[in-house]
Design a protein around this ligand. Structure first.
Ligand SMILES: CC(C)(COP(=O)(O)OP(=O)(O)OC[C@H]1O[C@@H](n2cnc3c(N)ncnc32)[C@H](O)[C@@H]1OP(=O)(O)O)[C@@H](O)C(=O)NCCC(=O)NCCS
Length: 176
């Protein structure tokens, strides 16, 4: 990417109206709900990628948990206890259509992985969980995410696929 992008938490005064990633539900979320979720309800934090002062992408994260039985690794399931385990949830992500394909999605995802490492070191975190839209499954797979369950029929109807990246493989993903 030629120009440097800055990734930082969403600010109340950020201009979000003109943003469009091509998915109306994600655009609506970013324009109308990301702010209140962060500043009033405190249930998630949105990080924005800004290029020359314009917001070109966002990623919303929240603390969450996963049941041991849903961890898609037999080796990990064996080692972990049978109660809900802490994860960082990548709840939503979008890159403006005018800026897609420039590496911004990957940069936001890498940033999210560094947040997971921070969470690991401060309060514990066994991995990153996301709900991948059908079109974005290969984007996440390329970074090492694996489906939480085998592909469900729902995916055929456009339902998102839950995907997981174990904290032990985050370092490798950060090198990709
Ligand atoms: C999916 C999305 C976030 C990717 O962001 P982006 O900035 O366009 O992606 P990048 O330029 O960082 O691409 C990173 C890699 O993923 C690939 N990629 C990008 N979009 C992809 C997609 N939809 N499916 C598969 N691969 C994709 C790129 O080819 C690139 O591969 P490379 O590193 O080998 O060159 C963006 O296209 C988007 O906002 N799409 C619409 C909303 C959406 O689907 N969000 C995800 C919800 S789960």
């Amino acid at each position: 990417m030629a120009k440097a992008i800055e990734i930082r938490p969403l600010a109340k005064e950020d201009e979000r109206e003109g943003f469009s990633c091509g998915q109306p539900d994600l655009d609506r979320f970013f324009q109308h709900y990301a702010g209140q979720n962060q500043f009033k309800l405190r249930l998630a934090v949105t990080y924005v990628a800004s290029l020359d002062g314009t917001i070109v992408g966002f990623a919303t994260v929240a603390a969450s948990s996963i049941e041991r039985a849903n961890i898609p690794s037999a080796r990990l399931r064996k080692r972990l206890p049978a109660y809900p385990l802490p994860v960082l949830r990548l709840a939503r992500m979008g890159v403006d259509t005018r800026a897609q394909g420039l590496g911004i999605g990957k940069a936001l995802l890498r940033y999210t992985l560094t947040l997971a490492v921070e969470q690991r070191d401060r309060t514990g975190c066994v991995g990153v969980l996301t709900d991948a839209k059908a079109e974005a499954v290969s984007f996440y797979r390329d970074l090492g995410f694996v489906p939480v369950t085998e592909v469900r029929e729902g995916l055929l109807h456009g339902e998102p696929l839950p995907m997981f990246l174990a904290i032990g493989t985050v370092a490798a993903a950060l090198d990709r």
